[in-house]
Design a protein around this ligand. Structure first.
Ligand code: PMP
Length: 392
């Protein structure tokens, strides 16, 4: 890198190393670079300055249960949920984490009974977010272990169910499936934002996890937050964060507060004069256009198929709309054994169905790449279909 910018985009917003026919396109991770275009237009208004004398302390607010949470970030999180109407915040504690990844671990720790003779099961309905299994088994914890697909979970006693809604990888809204008195449910709502799905109700669960990564696209800041109703659970989660990292970077929190403030401003009428485009309308439009293009390519042949999502009234946009998930959960027809391998043959990296508790007939493709990568993905997808039809 020799330019001023240390990210991967050039001055005019295009990739300075545009992908060529030889480039491998990595759509395995849900890296949310699609939203760079919005933030580039916002420009300097989204900048923050932190001088050397600021934010030295470990502490942010000694009066708060989560004493390392910056008050400005707490304020902007509460404001955004009020503006969007996707979650109830007034009787919940807010806990900040290094991404919601850290908060998943904190929540597992906090809801596991300490006196159970063996690790309790962590389950989630297949296809489930592949990290849950990795996180649950990483430390070979005495508290919990991965228990697999919630649909076939039959063990008695305490358990934890992860509910991802909208789901990663398959995009549909979900509810808990096990539903027994000894269970605890953690709602991972990373994608419950208007650009991905209609907001159909203000959710009010005991533990709800959100992340800046998927809300605004700032995955690099590593900021997530939990809304937690029960004080004891909140305290244990804070304890987990204190023991693992003694809190969360203040620079990241202040940047997150600024970014969240901008998107709330962009949604509120009185700010129309500042010409900030409504972030969620922008995101919804971008996602809808991508899904339309992908469906066109997929429908023009019989090799792949995509799930359909019902149209629902969105309380935020006040329109009826379909979901436009962050991932395409593609399945291939009966002639194809392994969807991931077919894509890899065209230099497209995506995550195979097995990682999500499903099978090789499925593959998850990120819809959140930069525009050039996305268009190249579509081109290559059309080419596979062409080849495949000719050979067969
Ligand atoms: N939950 C879900 C469902 C996700 O898809 C992701 C990111 N892929 C996360 C949590 C973690 O996000 P982060 O750690 O970036 O906040």
């Amino acid at each position: 890198m020799n330019g001023k910018k240390q990210d991967q985009t050039g001055e005019n917003g295009t990739n300075p190393n545009p992908p060529s026919s030889e480039t491998v396109i990595n759509l395995d991770h849900g890296d949310p670079t699609a939203f760079e275009t919005y933030w580039r237009k916002v420009g300097e208004r989204s900048a923050i300055t932190i001088t050397g004398d600021q934010s030295l302390s470990y502490f942010s607010n000694l009066k708060s249960l989560c004493w390392f949470l910056e008050p400005k970030l707490e304020e902007e999180i509460r404001r955004l949920h009020e503006v969007v109407g996707n979650a109830k915040v007034d009787d919940h504690y807010i806990i900040v984490g290094a991404g919601s990844s850290q908060l998943i671990q904190a929540a597992l720790y906090a809801v596991s009974p300490f006196d159970h003779p063996e690790p309790i099961s962590v389950v989630s309905a297949a296809p489930y977010y592949s990290s849950y299994q990795e996180v649950a088994d990483l430390m070979k914890s005495g508290l919990y272990k991965w228990g697999g697909d919630a649909n076939s979970f039959e063990k008695d006693g305490p358990y934890i169910e992860m509910v991802t809604s909208p789901n990663n990888p398959s995009g549909e809204m979900r509810e808990q499936v096990v539903n027994r008195p000894q269970g605890k449910t953690i709602y991972d709502l990373a994608y419950y934002w208007p650009q991905y799905t209609p907001i159909t109700s203000k959710l009010d669960h005991d533990i709800m996890l959100f992340t800046l990564s998927k809300c605004t696209g700032h995955a690099g800041s590593r900021i997530g937050w939990a809304l937690v109703r029960d004080k004891d659970v909140a305290r244990k989660m804070v304890n987990f964060l204190v023991i693992s990292t003694i809190g969360v970077s203040k620079e990241s929190q202040l940047r997150a507060a600024k970014i969240l403030g901008i998107i709330s401003d962009s949604c509120q009428d009185h700010d129309k004069s500042s010409e900030l485009e409504n972030f969620f309308e922008y995101g919804q439009h971008l996602m809808a256009k991508r899904w339309e293009k992908l469906r066109e390519v997929v429908e023009s042949n019989e090799l792949f198929s995509l799930p359909n999502y019902p149209s629902k009234y969105c309380l935020f946009t006040k329109h009826v709309a379909e979901a436009h998930p962050a991932f395409a959960w593609m399945s291939c027809n009966s002639d194809v054994e392994d969807c991931e391998i077919v894509l890899r043959g065209q230099k497209i990296l995506a995550r195979g169905g097995r990682r999500f508790g499903s099978d090789t007939k499925y593959v998850r493709v990120s819809m959140l790449s930069r525009e050039q990568e996305f268009n190249l993905f579509l081109q290559r997808l059309s080419a596979i279909q062409g080849n495949f039809t000719r050979e067969n």
